[in-house]
Write a protein that binds this ligand. Structure first.
Ligand code: PA5
Length: 434
């Protein structure tokens, strides 16, 4: 369940309802002919219209990896890894990879191909060491440099470790149905493959095999995740901004943007939501930042960043709006005890739960930011579980599409990303670029 609250946003209901016709027009644009192969709206119906046979294959592959691997290396960048990482970190233990294998029960999930750092890849290979591994390489285009290099290195490592034939049984490829270098390689080598549908773009693909295979391997229930998204799909089908909270979020953030606040800071109070924020940043940044327009999506982990970014948010240039991502129930709580000495002066908190203190810090911070002219929105979920995460993912995806349309951009392309690539290829003297 996702709740949206805009009472501290400086935007009132009248202003929102004035956008009714814009929203319903864009709703039509979004839902019109949603299943044609050539566009990127396949994610809208994904919670219902997914490939059921492949879904079962994902579960089977996940249990095989769980049974024969201590580590799953997920190779991908941007939309090809952030969604999986967001869900895994939100739903599993805060220190999952550090738990002893017996306690964790599931393979350690580690990530590669999301940077070009030689330190990172070397340290990752050392971390894997003698451990049994499987690899899930994920790339829709099949040609992205970062994951392609990481795959080349890790493929050599896994082939050296197990021999070419056994390595083939430990490599899982998630890519385009027909095109791309990765698809060609997978067919040639006989790797098990999973499909990224043509009509689902990278940053909208977490509920396809892109996210589902790593998520299931981490022991997260993907049926429940899909159920949460399915509930959201039904809930956010309403064309009216009056009854559709994800459209309301899209409208409110655009109205605040039009009032001169160019940056939206997504603030969480649970460290487990750090990667959900990273996923959200990528979803909104790539979808909206184009044609010289768009809200800049930033993120903070609170209360941690109150001791760094907090100063700017409170007191720096007044270009910020804030959206708090709150979680109602923690999975566990710790009660502060009375102390005879009270040297730290904390006895006034004795008997209170840490989660209560965290919530009061959140309320106090929202109040301070609103007073400091940072309009606030609040999105609340009940708890960090699969259903809530599935629901939240769909909420953000649909709001993002609506928000991009309101802004007047195509939320489904990313032409700007090509610029750095062609410069890098020229500098690397790639054939065709010099
Ligand atoms: O959202 C997007 O389309 C991008 O962030 C891609 O996911 C990212 O660039 C990786 O692309 P690919 O999956 O083709 O390697």
């Amino acid at each position: 369940m996702v709740k949206f609250n805009f009472e501290n946003s400086s935007i009132n209901e009248r202003m929102i309802y004035e956008m009714e016709s814009v929203v319903s027009e864009n709703h039509k644009k979004l839902h019109d002919n949603p299943n044609i192969e050539t566009d990127f709206r396949g994610w809208i119906d994904l919670p219902e219209n997914y490939d059921k046979e492949e879904f079962e294959r994902i579960k089977k592959a996940a249990s095989k990896i769980q049974s024969d691997s201590d580590v799953l290396v997920v190779i991908g960048i941007g939309g090809s890894y952030l969604g999986a990482r967001a869900v895994i970190e939100a739903v599993t233990n805060c220190f999952n990879n550090m738990l002893p294998a017996k306690k964790r029960k599931m393979p350690m999930i580690v990530y590669a191909g999301n940077n070009l750092s030689s330190n990172y890849l070397t340290d990752l290979l050392n971390l894997i060491g003698e451990r049994d591994i499987s690899i899930n390489v994920i790339s829709k285009s099949g040609t992205t440099t970062e994951p392609a290099i990481a795959f080349r290195v890790l493929r050599e490592a896994i082939e050296t470790k197990y021999g070419v034939e056994e390595a083939k049984k430990r490599i899982y490829v998630t890519t385009d149905k027909k095109r791309g270098a990765l698809k060609g390689l997978a067919d040639q080598e006989g790797y098990e493959t999973f499909v990224i549908p043509d009509n689902v773009g990278g940053r909208f693909s977490v509920l396809t095999a892109v996210g589902l295979l790593p998520i299931a391997t981490a022991g997260v229930d993907i049926d429940k995740l899909m159920q949460g998204a399915k509930d959201a799909r039904e809930k956010y089908m309403d064309p009216s901004v009056k009854f559709n909270d994800c459209y309301k979020y899209a409208v409110v953030r655009n109205l605040i943007y039009n009032s001169g606040k160019k940056v939206e800071v997504l603030a969480n109070y649970e460290p487990q939501l750090h990667y959900m924020t990273e996923w959200w940043k990528q979803l909104y940044g790539e979808s909206e930042g184009k044609d010289g327009k768009g809200i800049f999506p930033a993120g903070v982990d609170l209360t941690t960043d109150l001791h760094s970014m907090g100063q700017y948010i409170q007191d720096g240039e007044r270009i910020l709006m804030e959206t708090v991502l709150a979680v109602e129930e923690p999975h566990s709580d710790i009660i502060v005890k009375e102390d005879a000495e009270n040297a730290d002066g904390l006895n006034y908190l004795a008997g209170k739960g840490l989660d209560y203190i965290n919530k009061k810090a959140m309320e106090g911070t929202i109040e301070a930011h609103v007073t400091g002219n940072v309009p606030n929105m609040k999105i609340t979920i009940d708890k960090l579980d699969e259903e809530n995460l599935g629901h939240l993912i769909y909420f953000f995806e649909k709001a993002c599409a609506m928000s991009g349309f309101i802004l007047g951009v195509n939320p489904f392309n990313q032409p700007g990303v090509e610029e750095y690539k062609s410069n890098m290829f020229r500098l690397l003297e790639k054939p065709g670029y010099c």
